[in-house]
Design a protein around this ligand. Structure first.
Ligand SMILES: [Zn+2]
Length: 325
């Protein structure tokens, strides 16, 4: 990812877009829902993705990880498919896209969408070591963390059914946008190729989810989530719903009622191209003007994944899903 647009300033800035807790169980106020989310389990799903090596499109690591994600979703009883498509990269060349789509409770008319990108950035363009900027990053947080949390949610939904069905989307080729150090003519829309393909496809056009929640960089120690501005513009009521659920589950210290700037991420294209209002839960710092220091560097490794952050996001999402009627 990504770019942050500061509309008020009328300028464009390029940006993107362990502890040892046991499984946690909470009884949120105001209802009888008991939420179980295992941060250990989510952590292990992130670890597995990273262990394949960087999931850069076109590599063996990418294909092996795809097989792993499909098999894992299948093991949780979801209806799984791989959407094969293509996009145009920053060189203007065709780039294959493989989105992973899973439906939990496919027969249910009432649905919500959870999504994250599963590919890895092929560059470490922000790394201090300029000799390694053309090497791919591990993407433990930028990619794998959102996928890991959603996998754990899918596992929980198999154990305890929700009233609503859940559509899961792991987008490919989110993080292949042009780095500053490669000098080619600017082309628009070179980030988020997977969500752009899905949004224009029959699957995207026919998606029945009442709303969507995108996760991106949701595992760093102490991460906080600000109210990203495209999310507020397209789906303010969903931002309110999720931020309230965070308060209810005791994670109000992570989900701040602060302006997060405009981030071009997969949710932007979902909002632009489909009827599903979608928000982005994304780690932002300094009032939304920057991402974490690990972002697009070789520091985006498992050592920067924290179970408490995974729990804060996972418990919040389960609180939202189990309260949908
Ligand atoms: Zn990224």
């Amino acid at each position: 990812m990504n770019r942050i647009f500061f509309i008020l300033a009328s300028m464009l800035t390029i940006s993107c877009g362990s502890s040892n807790n046991p499984a946690s169980t909470k009884a949120p106020e105001g209802n009888n829902i008991t939420i179980s989310f295992s941060a250990d389990s989510a952590y292990s799903y992130i670890e597995r993705q990273v262990a394949f090596g960087p999931r850069v499109p076109g590599t063996e690591s990418h294909t092996k990880c795809l097989d792993y994600l499909v098999a894992t979703l299948n093991s949780f009883g979801a209806q799984v498919s791989v959407q094969e498509g293509e996009g145009i990269d920053f060189y203007g060349k065709k780039m294959p896209v493989r989105n992973i789509i899973a439906h939990v409770g496919p027969e249910k008319a009432k649905r919500v969408l959870l999504c994250s990108h599963w590919d890895c950035r092929p560059f470490a363009d922000n790394d201090a070591d300029r000799s390694r900027i053309n090497e791919p990053i591990d993407g433990a947080n930028d990619g794998a963390s959102g996928v890991g949390i959603i996998l754990e949610i899918a596992r929980q939904l198999q154990q305890k059914e929700a009233t609503v069905g859940v559509d899961i989307l792991f987008f490919d080729v989110e993080d292949y946008g042009k780095p500053d150090h490669i000098d080619v003519e600017y082309r628009p829309d070179t980030w988020c190729l997977g969500s752009q393909y899905w949004g224009r496809s029959d699957e995207g056009q026919q998606c029945r989810a009442r709303f969507g929640i995108l996760l991106d960089m949701v595992g760093a120690p102490g991460a906080q989530f600000l109210r990203e501005n495209f999310s507020v513009a397209y789906a303010a009521n969903i931002v309110d719903k999720v931020w309230k659920a965070a308060e209810t589950t005791g994670h109000g210290d992570r989900f701040l009622f602060e302006d997060g700037g405009y981030i071009t991420d997969d949710h932007y294209y979902i909002n632009q191209l489909t009827d599903v209002p979608c928000i982005d839960i994304i780690h932002l710092e300094n009032g939304g003007t920057s991402f974490g220091a690990y972002w697009h560097t070789h520091d985006d490794t498992m050592k920067n994944i924290d179970r408490q952050t995974l729990s804060a996001v996972g418990e919040t999402l389960l609180q939202v899903i189990y309260n949908e009627r």
